[in-house]
Design a protein around this ligand. Structure first.
Ligand SMILES: [Zn+2]
Length: 70
């Protein structure tokens, strides 16, 4: 309940996000997911960074509109 992010050491809200080996805050988890997606797509480091930015934009769009849910 009072954990801290294993990456940035920030306090976790809602218990954070558990990965296979670490617990991450919302921000680091989003970065982690973006990087993982980029790696899975074979984009390498550049692709991972691009994917991370893309993911952030998608999430912002969803948050504003709320009608993007399927
Ligand atoms: Zn963090």
């Amino acid at each position: 309940m009072n954990g801290r992010c294993d990456k940035c050491n920030g306090r976790l809200r809602n218990g954070g996000h558990r990965t296979a080996t670490r617990t991450l805050c919302d921000k680091c988890n989003a970065q982690f997911l973006g990087r993982a997606a980029g790696m899975a797509a074979g984009g390498g480091v550049g692709g991972a960074i691009a994917t991370s930015g893309w993911l952030s934009r998608i999430r912002k769009a969803r948050g504003k509109d709320g009608s993007a849910e399927s």
